[in-house]
Ligand binder design. Structure first.
Ligand code: ZN
Length: 168
């Protein structure tokens, strides 16, 4: 794979911090711990959401909601200038939606590779979708991540979801 992600910047961290808070809110409400923001070219948060799968619709990922919201509310130029921040790297479904609506960069606190390794380590069965990185699905989308400072906190949220006593 020739695909490379960039490091997160200091300016990214407050947005990622909010994503992790949204992930915690989701988990506390019985959903899965994922949260995401859409930030416009001026740095303003224009939309935020968190995972809402507890009622059985497992497409209710915040990154997919961002893509749909952006398609309805932003011009193509605004979408191209907007950045999606997320606590966990987009899945294949959400990467595809992000690219189809023409959004800009994706910045994630933790990567799909990290999450996959944690789940394997805990013996959690694999899900129904191949855990591809954004670059394998949306090669034209720039990415930054992960954010090492947030990894332990995100891992602990997923450990709680799966009933794992996380030694980290
Ligand atoms: Zn997704």
């Amino acid at each position: 794979m020739g695909y490379q992600t960039e490091p997160v910047t200091a300016a990214d961290l407050p947005y990622l911090r909010r994503c992790v808070d949204l992930a915690r809110e989701a988990l506390d409400d019985g959903d899965e711990p994922f949260g995401s923001l859409l930030v416009d070219a001026q740095g303003v948060v224009v939309f935020e959401d968190r995972n809402r799968v507890k009622d059985g619709d497992h497409t209710r990922h915040p990154e997919l909601e961002i893509a749909r919201w952006a398609a309805t509310h932003l011009t193509p130029e605004e979408r191209a200038g907007a950045t999606a921040y997320t606590s966990g790297e987009h899945c294949a479904m959400c990467s595809a939606a992000h690219a189809w609506v023409g959004l800009g960069p994706i910045v994630y606190a933790t990567s799909t590779a990290q999450l996959t390794a944690w789940l394997e380590g805990w013996g959690v069965p694999a899900g129904p979708v191949t855990p591809l990185p954004v670059g394998d699905v949306a090669p034209g989308t720039p990415t930054r991540g992960p954010a090492p400072k947030l990894a332990d906190e995100v891992r602990a949220l997923h450990a709680r979801l799966h009933g794992v006593r996380d030694p980290g």
